[in-house]
Design a protein around this ligand. Sequence first.
Ligand code: ZN
Length: 152
Amino acid sequence: MAKLKIVKIGDDTLRTVCRPVEKITPRTIRLLDDMIETMRAADGVGLAAPQVGVLRRIVVIETPDEGLIELINPKIIAFSGEQESEEGCLSIPGRWGVTRRPMHVTVRAMNRNGVTFDMTGSGLLAKAFCHEIDHLDGKLYVDCAIRMIDAE
Ligand code: ZN
């Protein structure tokens, strides 16, 4: 595995709509492994492929409660409720913002074996699903933040 460089806000890569993964290849698996290592090294909750310069619909998420989640071609298929909370992004260091997101989100995605699955997350995981899938559409949380909180 290799740690990858995280692209920062201002780079066009973060504003591009990513293409779906058509076929899972050894390269896809290596990218997933490298994204996991990069996310863990940066102490992040999630990482999307465009954040490491790859314009494909791939996301990794890791939370204390749910553990590691890999999403290939994820889609939000249901959501409900509302939460207002702080959000940050590895591509926007030193800044946080308050966002309004659904409290419960169900995604449909493929795992690295090509198997499609549905998963419902609440709270932090619901927020992570929204944040990371937004990245695949060239959107950043600062676009929808109610207000920003800058580090001292
Ligand atoms: Zn982010």
